[in-house]
Design a protein around this ligand. Sequence first.
Ligand code: GLA
Length: 388
Amino acid sequence: MTSASKSLAATPPMGWNSWNQFGWNVNEAVVRETADAMISSGLKDCGYEYVVIDDCWSKKDGRDSNGYLVPDPDKFPNGIKALADYVHNLGLKIGIYSDAADLTCGSYPGSYGFEEQDAQMWASWGIDFLKYDYCNAPEDQASAIERYSRMGEALRKTGREFLFSLCEWGGRSPHLWGREVGGHMWRVSGDVFDSWVNIWVADHTYYGIGIDVSLDLAAELAEYGGPGGWNDLDMLIVGLKGKGLVSGGGLSFVEYQTHMSMWCMACSPLMIGCDVRAMEKETAALLMNPEVLAVNQDALGEPVRRVKQMDRCEIWKKPLADSSVAVALVNRGASGSDVTVKASDIGLLDAPKLVRNLWAQEDIADFKVELTRRVQPHETLLLKVDKH
Ligand code: GLA
């Protein structure tokens, strides 16, 4: 077994992934233009670094006669190596996808039995990140550990630094063994859809996870994430607005803001899922608020804790490196509510404290014992409380 290298994923990985918006239509032009847009929009300057090609990049009908995966020549006419060079020249990193079985989720060739050959090939292309899925693989935990270890070891043997992203959807408790197999992040759920509540997908074949439900998973598993290995709440749905592959009708602005706030509080990787070549102003504001991102990227990597549940309103807190505390007041209910946070709820003394609204980037109050704020349905107030 391998262990994750320390400097890699010291804070939650940030980037973009092709799946949510483009699905099987990912191609070279999309990836190049996305990389360009990450520079021109300012996303790179905010810390978004990885450009990840998800499923459906290789030829679907199988490997070549030497057992190599072949990039689909219609989608990637110049191959992946040229694309990797292009992305690297922009100062970004590139990721790819495979699966721990014969076939991926989209029924493209997987890597089981070819781990070393594939890892060596990706290393020769200059790949920096592997998302490794688990469709068509055995259900049990021991098999998952074995299959992820094989790939973790194969990546390590290449001598190239790979960020290893495990995607078995949480069913086999990857938070308990993800680090040991060389993983830097592990999904904790099935696919998150562009929906507030869970929805049935593809003729009731499986559940698409809604943002509301993800919050409970984030609370439950928080303590297992930290520098080098993170709970992955799944790619962001910010900006999809009902488009793309994981459409669940879309969220309201306030709901997208809750999603982003809580992914940041929970130290989830932030992998953008929308088309960043055509970002609306509102989407850019949600993805690029430096004070909100700083909560996610805080050097301590301390787990978030849900400290209070009052009917459908909740208070969450996360200690930050500068000894302030990030606090989220979340209203998961259907009507507006006054939420009171007490100094004792967030582990602070009854002394004056300065409260900053991170989305608005403004100081809003000085409080000693408690603070009350109106929180609208599905809204989150994201605060930073500084001890004076
Ligand atoms: C699974 C994963 C998704 C995506 C698709 C690709 O459903 O959970 O994130 O990678 O496969 O087919």
